[in-house]
Design a binder for this molecule. Structure first.
Ligand code: SAM
Length: 676
C-alpha cells in the first residue's frame, strides 16, 4: 500500500469568468476544474445525463444504496450535483453512496471558495467543507446527509480503486484532459474500474481521446459517442460489457466475503462501545436493531466516566497503524456529527510524552517515516509540550491535535437511544442458525428470530460455540480518580506515557489505566491504585506536586476506582468481520500446514449472517466506530470505509490461517483461546 503521508496540495490560479465569478484553475496541469462558462450545466449534461441518473434515481428501489464512483474529486461539484439530483428524483428512504478519488486535495479554504459560486448548492457545500478531511492518503468517510455517504479515497485514482472494497453502479470518469495529465489515464485505471463495476454499471466522460477509448474497450467497457456539452461536439458514454465476478481474494481466498443476504432485522449482542456503535450504524441505514446486554449500555469495560481517544502508531508503518490512524480520524468526524455541542467528548488533543531516550528515538523515527500533516500529528519540544499541556511536562512529545477524550459510558447510552434500536436487558444464551436467519435463546427462555447477528461481547464471545475458538485474551484495566479543589489547575491536553491523564472533568482527575493480561477480575484493587499513582507521578511530576499542594489526596485511600475487563487479540488488532466456520477452515485449508505456498482455491466458509466486532483492547474509542461502519457497510452491501488489505487485516479468521500455517491448528480446534 502507498505510504502513510500527507498529500501534495494543488497550486491554483483563480480566474474570473464573463459574469465576474472566479473559478479555480490548476497551475500544475494548466487546466480548469470545471467549465468557466457553465460548469454546473456541463456536469449535469456530461456526468448526470451521460449516466441517465435522473431516470435511474427515480426508479431505484433497492435496499442497498446507489453507488457512484468518480476519478478526480476536485472541488466536489460533480458529487454535490449528483446528491442534489438524487434528492430531486429518488424515492423517500432511498440511499446514495459516493466514492471519489483525489490525488491532490484542495485545502479547506480553497474548497469553500470554489463552491461559493453555486448559491443553490450552499447547504451541500457546507456539509462537505465542515467535514473536509486532512490531506492524508487513505479512505475518509463523510456522512453528508441522512442516507447520503461520501467516501473520499485520497491518493492516485488507479491505486485507490484497486484497493476499493465495493462496487459501483455509475462512473464519473473525470480529470484534467488526457493531454494535460496522461499519468492518470492509464490501462490500470480502466481495469480497476471494470473490476469494481456492478453488472450493468455505466460510465460517462467529457473526453473522446483515443487513449481513453482504447483503455475502456480493453478493460471490458462498451462505449459510444454522444453529443458533448457546449462547444464540445462529442463525449463518451457506455457500460461495462461483461459482468464482473463477485469480489474474490487472489492469494487469500479465505477472506472472500460471504454473499450479501437480507438484513432487515439484526440483533447486536453487547452494549459497550463496539456493540452500540454497530447498532447505531445499522439503525441509521434503516435496519431494525435489537441490542442486547446483560446489564445497561456502557456497563462493562466501556463504562468509564472519561476515557482517552488516542492512538499509538508504530515507528515502522504497518497495517495496524493504518487502521488506528484511520479509526482516530473517523471517530473525530463521527463524534463531531453525533455531538456537535461536545457534551460527550472534547477534541483537546493528546500529547504522547517521550519519557526516555528509547521513546524519543522511536518518536523521531516515526516522524521521519511518516510525513503526515501537522493537523494530524507533529513533534513537540519540551517547551511546546509544556505550553500545550499547561503544566511542566519535562519531556518532548508527539502531539495529536485530532485526539482528545470521551465520556464512554454516556456515549454508549446515547448510541443505544438511536431511533430504530430497541434495547433489551437480557442474556443471550444460545445462537442457532435457521434456514434464513438466526434464532436467539434468551435467559428467560424466550426466543427471537432475526436475519443477522453481530457479537460484540469482548471476551464473552468465547461463550458461543461459533466464536469459541477465536483467540481472545482478557485484560483487566483499572482507572483511578481523585476529587480536586474547585481552583485546581487543569490540563490543556490529554497527556499519555504508560497510561493516560485527561484534563479534569466535573471536579475529578481520572488517570490510568492498569493493563493486566489474563486477569478477568473487575474488583477495584489497592495495588492498581498504587500502580496508577506511580504512573501519574512518572508522567506529570510537576502537576502532581501542584495538586498535592492544593490539597488533593493522592493516596490509595483518597481515590475512587473502576475496573473493567477488555479483550485483546494476540496481534492486538481488533476483529471486525464475518465469523469463520473454524471447522470448515481446518478442513479446506489443511494443505497450508504442509506447504503454505499451496493455496486451495476455496472461498472462506462463514457462519452466514454472523458477525463480530471485538478485541478493541484499550483503544476502542478509536477503533470501534470505524469497525462499526465496516460491519454495517458489509451487512448492507455497500462499499467499505477501508482499503481491502486493511479489511482483511481485521478479519476474524486471520489467526486461524496463521495457526494452520504454523502447524498450530490442533490448539485452535481444541478451543485454546489465549494463544499469543
Ligand atoms: N470532478 C471535479 C469537480 O467536480 O470539481 C473536477 C475534477 S478536475 C478536472 C481533475 C481532478 O483530478 C483534480 O482535482 C486533480 O487533482 C485530480 N487528479 C489528477 N491526477 C489524479 C490522479 N492520478 N488520481 C486522482 N486524482 C487526480
Amino acid at each position: 500500500m502507498p505510504p502513510l503521508a500527507a498529500l501534495e496540495s494543488p497550486r491554483l490560479d483563480w480566474q474570473r469568468d464573463d459574469t465576474g465569478e472566479e473559478a479555480p484553475r490548476s497551475a500544475d496541469f494548466d487546466d480548469v476544474y470545471f467549465s468557466r462558462h457553465d460548469g454546473r450545466a456541463e456536469t449535469e449534461h456530461v456526468f448526470l445525463g451521460g449516466n441517465r441518473l435522473p431516470e435511474r434515481f427515480a426508479s431505484w428501489r433497492e435496499r442497498r444504496p446507489f453507488v457512484i464512483g468518480e476519478t478526480g474529486f476536485g472541488t466536489g461539484l460533480n458529487m454535490l450535483c449528483a446528491w442534489a439530483c438524487f434528492n430531486a428524483h429518488a424515492a423517500a428512504g432511498a440511499r446514495l453512496h459516493l466514492v471519489s478519488t483525489e490525488k491532490f486535495p484542495l485545502d479547506r479554504e480553497d474548497l469553500a471558495r470554489a463552491l461559493a459560486i453555486w448559491p443553490d448548492l450552499a447547504r451541500h457545500a457546507e456539509a462537505l467543507v465542515a467535514q473536509w478531511p486532512e490531506p492524508v492518503a487513505g479512505v475518509h468517510r463523510l456522512r453528508l446527509d441522512r442516507g447520503v455517504t461520501l467516501d473520499l479515497h485520497f491518493g492516485d485514482a488507479a491505486e485507490r480503486l484497486a484497493l476499493l472494497d465495493g462496487r459501483v453502479d455509475a462512473w464519473f470518469l473525470d480529470g484534467f484532459a488526457p493531454s494535460k495529465n496522461p499519468e492518470m489515464w492509464q490501462p490500470e485505471l480502466f481495469e480497476a474500474m471494470a473490476a469494481r463495476s456492478r453488472p450493468g454499471a455505466t460510465f460517462a466522460t467529457f473526453t473522446c481521446a483515443g487513449v481513453v477509448k482504447r483503455g475502456l474497450k480493453a478493460a471490458g467497457f462498451a462505449w459510444r459517442k454522444v453529443p458533448g456539452f457546449g462547444r464540445k461536439r462529442e463525449m463518451l458514454a457506455g457500460e461495462v460489457a461483461a459482468p464482473t465476478e463477485d469480489a474474490r481474494r487472489d492469494g487469500t481466498p479465505w477472506f472472500t466475503p460471504p454473499p450479501a443476504r437480507p438484513s432487515h432485522r439484526v440483533a447486536v449482542i453487547g452494549a459497550g462501545i463496539a456493540g452500540t456503535s454497530v447498532a447505531a450504524a445499522l439503525a441509521e441505514r434503516g435496519v431494525v436493531v435489537t441490542l442486547f446486554d446483560r446489564e445497561c449500555p456502557g456497563a462493562g469495560a466501556s463504562g468509564n466516566a472519561q476515557g482517552a481517544l488516542y492512538v499509538k502508531l508504530a515507528a515502522e508503518t504497518n497495517h495496524q497503524s493504518r487502521v488506528y490512524l484511520a479509526g482516530l480520524l473517523h471517530s473525530r468526524r463521527w463524534l463531531s456529527r453525533l455531538d456537535p455541542g461536545q457534551s460527550l467528548w472534547s477534541p483537546c488533543g493528546v500529547l504522547q510524552l517521550a519519557l526516555n531516550e528509547k521513546e524519543q528515538a522511536r518518536q523521531a523515527r516515526f516522524l521521519e517515516r511518516h510525513p503526515l500533516p501537522t493537523g494530524v500529528v507533529e513533534g513537540a519540544s519540551v517547551e511546546q509540550a509544556t505550553e500545550r499541556a499547561g503544566v511542566d511536562t519535562e519531556a518532548p512529545a508527539l502531539d495529536y491535535p485530532q485526539a482528545g477524550w470521551v465520556r464512554p459510558r454516556a456515549l454508549c447510552q446515547r448510541l443505544a437511544e438511536t431511533p430504530g434500536i430497541a434495547f433489551r436487558q437480557a442474556e443471550v444464551i444460545r445462537l442457532t442458525a435457521e434456514c434464513d436467519g438466526w434464532r436467539l435463546l434468551l435467559g428467560d427462555g424466550t426466543t427471537l428470530d432475526v436475519d443477522q447477528v453481530v457479537i460484540a461481547t469482548a471476551t464473552l464471545a468465547n461463550g458461543f460455540p461459533q466464536t469459541r475458538t477465536l483467540p481472545l485474551q482478557p485484560v483487566r484495566g483499572q482507572v483511578s480518580r481523585v476529587r480536586l479543589a474547585p481552583d485546581a489547575p487543569g490540563l490543556g491536553r490529554v497527556v499519555c506515557a504508560g497510561g493516560y491523564v485527561p484534563p479534569p472533568l466535573d471536579g475529578w482527575l481520572t488517570f490510568g489505566a492498569t493493563f493486566l493480561p489474563n486477569d478477568a477480575d473487575s474488583g477495584v484493587r489497592e495495588s492498581d491504585h498504587l500502580a496508577n499513582l506511580a504512573e501519574l507521578e512518572r508522567t506529570l511530576p510537576a502537576y502532581v506536586a501542584v495538586l498535592r499542594d492544593g490539597g488533593a489526596d493522592l493516596t490509595p485511600s483518597g481515590l475512587e476506582g473502576r475496573a473493567g475487563v477488555r479483550a485483546a487479540s494476540p496481534d492486538k488488532s481488533p476483529y471486525a468481520g464475518p465469523v469463520p466456520d473454524a471447522e470448515a477452515w481446518q478442513e479446506d485449508y489443511a494443505e497450508l500446514a504442509r506447504d503454505a505456498t499451496r493455496i486451495p482455491d476455496i472461498p472462506g466458509r462463514h457462519h452466514d449472517g454472523l458477525w463480530i466486532s471485538a478485541a478493541h483492547g484499550s483503544r476502542g474509542l478509536s477503533s470501534a466506530p470505524l469497525c462499526a461502519e465496516l460491519l454495517a457497510s458489509r451487512i448492507c452491501d455497500e462499499p467499505l470505509p477501508l482499503e481491502q488489505p486493511l479489511v482483511d487485516h481485521l478479519h476474524p479468521g486471520r489467526r486461524l490461517i496463521r495457526d494452520l500455517v504454523q502447524g498450530k491448528h490442533g490448539s485452535a480446534a481444541a478451543g485454546v483461546g489465549n494463544s499469543s
